[in-house]
Structure formats: C-alpha cells, structure tokens
Design a binder for this molecule. Structure first.
Ligand SMILES: [Mg+2]
Length: 270
C-alpha cells in the first residue's frame, strides 16, 4: 500500500487555546513561532474573533514575547468584509460588531450605514441591544443579505463562558427568518481567504488548532491537513466526545507545543 505524504509548505494556526489563553502564552508557543520564522515555513494566524484588529492581535502576541506583525493575522472580520466586497464592491453595510469588524469593513472599501443597507454584517458586539436587533431584523426582512462573522455560541474568557457572535446571531435568525452566510471556522470561507493571504494551496497547508468542531472541521472543509493540539478545549479525556460532534478526526494529535515543534521539525527537516 502506498502512503501519500502531504507536503508542508504553509500553516494556518489558531490563536486562543493554541498559542495563548487570554493574556497568557501557552508553554513553548514562543519557541514554536521562532522555529517557523527561522525555518522559513510560511504561516498565518487564523482567528474567529472579529472584535480585535490584526494590529491589536499582533500587539497581544508581542506582549507575550512572540514576534508578530499585523500581516500575520487573518480575522473573520477581514474575511467577512472581503467576502462582501467581492460580491458587491462598495456595498453599504449595517454593522453589529466591534472595532475589528468596523475597521475591516472600511478597509475593504465598504460603506458603514445605519439606514437601508445592502448587507447586515454581524459579529460579537458587547454593546448589542434591542434597538440594534430591531434595526438588523428590519433590514433582513426588507431583503438585505445577512453575513455572520463566526458561529461560536460561547467564548471562554477569564470570567468563564460568555455568549459569542453565534448567540447574537440566533436572535437575528429567529426574528429575521434568514440563515446567515457564516464566514468563520468551520466555514471554508475564512480558510480560503487565509490560504489566499498565505499564498499556498490547501494541498500543501496544514491547519493547527485546539477545537475539533471549528479548527479541525474547517481544515477538512478546505482540504488542508489537520493537527489537533491538546492545549485548549480538547483534552485526551474529552477527545472522543468532540470527535463525534465534529464528525471528523485530525490527521495528527500533539499533546503539547514542544511535541508539535518536534513533529514539524521532523516532517520538514527545519
Ligand atoms: Mg482555539
């Protein structure tokens, strides 16, 4: 039997639960990224979080001692704004979201509007209220297209689990009667946007993350290789449970990031 060995010329790396927990760097993350930079292995960070700008994310990584640039970061906000700009250049957009989403919309050449938009674009918004919900639903009922940055229902935070973009989206969907186009993981839209930015094809790129239902499922949806790290959500004692929910399995499992470093180093010879 012939074993097909997949090339490794690029990596798409999750952040929360893979590189850091909140403001705390995960052990060996700095050495992992230093290895990639030294070895010249192309990578992008891929995050479902739409609230922070790529500059904010790079600053957070730098504060943890990890060399980082805004261009290293692909957010669901950037992928969502690019998706809309490709469908309808210069579209008007009603935004439910935070700074990262608003900036991405403007940078994509779209117009933020409070009235009669072509698109309702919704992410996490910690100032979300009934008046914003009522406007969004009105526009969706009037025929605006509805795009959601990411489907996460809950977010792990330093104060425990809190509602994510998907929970806000559930209220828009219930009242507006329209399912959104979902951009973030497990959707292939964010992955294809990130592959484009990386300048690599799915066939020689690997996705690394801690979440079976988002990272590993998105890797499968986009045709990339997949490496699960047990540094965040998934642990050896809940792996089977999450594998069943995600309906997929990773190509490789690494318990810690030093194990991942060795794997990449052996695989690529860096
Ligand atoms: Mg994660």
């Amino acid at each position: 039997m012939t074993t097909i060995v997949r090339k490794m010329s690029g990596l798409l790396i999750d952040l929360d639960g893979t590189i850091y927990h909140g403001s705390k760097r995960i052990e060996h993350a700095d050495k992992l990224i230093a290895d990639l930079r030294t070895g010249g292995l192309a990578y992008k960070y891929v995050t479902n979080n739409s609230s922070a700008t790529p500059e904010d994310v790079a600053d957070r990584l730098k504060a943890m001692g990890i060399e980082a640039y805004a261009d290293d970061v692909c957010t669901s906000a950037q992928a969502a704004a690019t998706y809309i700009a490709e469908k309808l250049p210069g579209a008007s957009v009603f935004v439910i979201g935070e700074k990262g989403l608003r900036e991405a919309v403007v940078r994509a050449g779209l117009t933020i509007t409070e009235d009669n938009p072509d698109y309702v674009l919704q992410g996490i918004d910690r100032e979300f209220n009934y008046s914003r919900l009522a406007k969004a639903v009105r526009y969706i009922l009037d025929g605006a297209s509805y795009v959601m940055t990411n489907p996460d229902l809950l977010l792990p935070t330093e104060n425990g689990l809190q509602p994510g973009a998907g929970s806000i989206g559930a209220s828009l969907t219930a009242a507006g009667g329209k399912q959104p186009v979902v951009i973030g993981k497990p959707s292939a839209i964010l992955m294809n946007y990130s592959l484009n930015r990386l300048g690599r094809t799915a066939a020689d790129t690997w996705v690394i993350g801690d979440n079976m239902a988002t990272d590993i499922a998105a890797g499968h949806a986009s045709g990339c290789g997949t490496i699960l790290v047990l540094t965040g959500l998934t642990r050896s004692d809940n792996y089977e449970y999450y594998a069943e929910i995600a309906c997929c399995k990773p190509d490789v499992i690494c318990t810690r990031l030093d194990e991942l470093r060795s794997y990449i180093s052996t695989y690529r010879g860096i």
